[in-house]
Design a protein around this ligand. Structure first.
Ligand SMILES: [Zn+2]
Length: 403
């Protein structure tokens, strides 16, 4: 029996009945957790809200759920936020914060000790058998864990740096080695006849329509259609996040809003929208997979960290004069192409939708019934205040940026 199974939990007497606690679907905030509870669900008691008779994860199969919570902690938080050794409070304290993205704050203290124990024990499972939220400073080498969502792994950074001084074909074998362990895990199939969207600034023509009767006229716009909103042919193809100049690929978005937001129009701009339908099943490398696929061990989670680094780089907005960030993702596209992928899926940084880049634009065809022109009425920015000073102080050192 596994260390995380029912036997290790404090079985408490409640109304004369022995019950092992688990986690209910209402106390899980993160969608990956909700999915995992739904996948093996039973009626039982929740350790966070202490309710009985609710939908909980099967308490005999807690280990995958505990590892997923640990993975989510590693994804969202730097270790100093929860490790007392580095000045944090405790792992459990993360979930008392009202805005934490993982769990509802505990509503009862009755079973919180159980929950705390799941997160902390065993502290250091084997690298390939479980996930530790702590890096472990006992050997003086491992240091501190930094949030996977904000940190590029060392192997990834080395590749980026090498591309500043070496040609892509010199770097390619190392990139190949880095991505080989997870290529099978991120393969997804996009079904035939699925419609995705593209946007292009402006319209192909503007008319003033005069009705046959009356005096009122109106402006009518004709959107860019078919090839005019599709992928440009090779001679006209500029560089993109997943293609070098002269290589024709098709970038598509999952919904009209994402398609428009991705071209970053200004308020007052008119934008043409167009739909493209897949002509066959499309094999994609998905760089925004569910974290639960990689939440079984530290070894697996380290692969997810590399995938996330690529996903951030692909979705990062870059101005036309900044070419170098895309050298690595352009090379990635070529390696994926050789491995038989038709394209790549990555997150959108401007919406909740996703983007795909298709290496063979003729695997999609234009569908006229999605075409229209939209006017951008406004653009919303969200911002927070970050620490800033007019000049560095005596404690400030130059920062080698990680992302
Ligand atoms: Zn609950």
């Amino acid at each position: 029996m596994s260390e995380f199974s029912r036997s290790m939990l404090d079985v408490k007497e409640f109304n004369g009945e022995e019950t092992a606690a688990s986690l209910c679907i209402d106390c899980a905030r993160h969608t990956s957790l909700k999915k995992m509870i739904a996948a093996d669900c039973t009626t039982g008691r929740c350790a966070l809200c202490a309710r009985d008779g609710v939908d909980v994860r099967n308490p005999d199969k807690l280990e995958p759920l505990v590892m997923l919570i640990r993975a989510l902690i590693r994804f969202h938080y730097d270790e100093h936020e929860y490790n007392p050794h580095w000045g944090g409070d405790s792992v459990m304290s993360l979930f008392y914060a009202a805005d934490n993205p993982i769990l509802e704050p505990p509503k009862s203290n009755l079973y919180v000790d159980d929950f705390d124990e799941w997160l902390n024990w065993p502290v250091y499972p084997d690298w390939d058998k479980g996930i530790s939220v702590f890096a472990g400073h006992d050997d003086g080498l491992r240091g501190m864990n930094f949030a996977i969502s904000r940190t590029n792994p060392a192997d990834f950074l080395v590749l980026q740096q090498r591309l500043q001084t070496e040609n892509f074909f010199q770097v390619e074998p190392t990139l190949e080695e880095l991505i080989a362990p997870f290529l099978k895990d991120i393969e997804i199939l996009l079904p035939e006849a699925e419609v995705w969207y593209r946007a292009r600034l402006g319209e192909s023509a503007i008319f003033r329509r005069f009705p046959f009767a009356g005096w009122e006229s109106k402006i009518v716009r004709i959107p860019w259609l078919d090839k005019d909103i599709g992928a440009p042919p090779p001679p006209k193809a500029g560089f993109g996040r997943l293609n070098r100049a002269g290589v024709s690929v098709m970038y598509l978005a999952s919904d009209p809003y994402t398609a428009v937001a991705e071209i970053r129009p200004h308020p007052g701009h008119h934008v043409s929208l167009g739909g493209f339908k897949s002509l066959k099943t499309i094999r994609l490398a998905d760089f925004s997979p569910d974290i639960s696929i990689f939440a079984t061990s530290d070894a697996r989670l380290s692969l997810y960290a590399v995938i996330q680094a690529f996903d951030r780089l692909m979705s990062m907005p870059v101005t036309p004069d900044q070419r170098t960030p895309y050298l690595l993702t352009q090379l990635l596209a070529e390696v994926l192409l050789r491995h038989g992928f038709d394209g790549v899926r990555y997150r959108s940084s401007v919406s909740t939708g996703s983007n795909i880049c298709i290496f063979y634009p003729d695997k999609f065809e234009f569908v006229a019934d999605c075409s229209e022109v939209r006017r951008v009425e406004g653009v919303a920015y969200e911002m927070t205040t970050v620490p800033s000073e007019l000049a560095p102080g005596p404690e400030d050192r130059p920062y080698n940026r990680r992302v």
